[in-house]
Design a protein around this ligand. Sequence first.
Ligand code: 5GP
Ligand code: MG
Ligand code: MG
Length: 209
Amino acid sequence: LPLESLSYPAHYAPYISNVVIPYGLVLDRIERMAEEISQDLQASCDPEEGLHAICVLKGGFKFFTDLTDRMQSKNCCHKSLKISSHFIRAKSYQNDQSTGSVSIMKLYDLEVLANKTVLVVEDIVDTGHTLSKLIEHLHQYKPKTIKVASLLLKRTPLHNGLFPDYVGFSVPNMFIVGYALDYNENFRDLKHICQISDEGKKKFANKPT
Ligand code: 5GP
Ligand code: MG
Ligand code: MG
């Protein structure tokens, strides 16, 4: 990789301990995921209704855009997949710890999901708690099927057993930032997937309320 592609903004330099997955590698992996997911879903989706992709905000926005873009370009002459975009917000983290209670915020009407093929696009699955809540929430709209793509899956002994159908990378049990993943709303603008330094955790910590 050219050195430049591994550089990161000067304002974050002291707050990152290492690059876990460089941006270029993230995009390479997404390209292959797009191929796999398109192949699977082109076969099962009603062509008129297409795929209904749900971006889980905020952390999922970059993965959602890059994945759905590439899925579109996997369309070939005889088969194509129409993708509709939906947005929902899930929040549970304060600093680098889950608050234990996941809140799901419905931003737009999701009644349209009835009887549709749905793809939930998540940034990272840690304990699986957020994903369980999301899927439970989405069931009320009675979709035909719900598939889940997560860019990252954390290796944790605390996992609840609900795994995504598609995973980009398995990552160690550490706090990850960048590529839209945040630490108290910081680092979303960092291209590479990185590990935050202890200095970073201190610098951007939220004071207890
Ligand atoms: P879970 O509910 O599976 O324990 O955690 C999932 C959610 O917590 C993710 O969607 C993400 O918002 C947040 N999360 C979990 N681990 C990390 C991490 O290492 N970095 C960041 N930025 N968010 C995380
Ligand atoms: Mg998330
Ligand atoms: Mg977050």
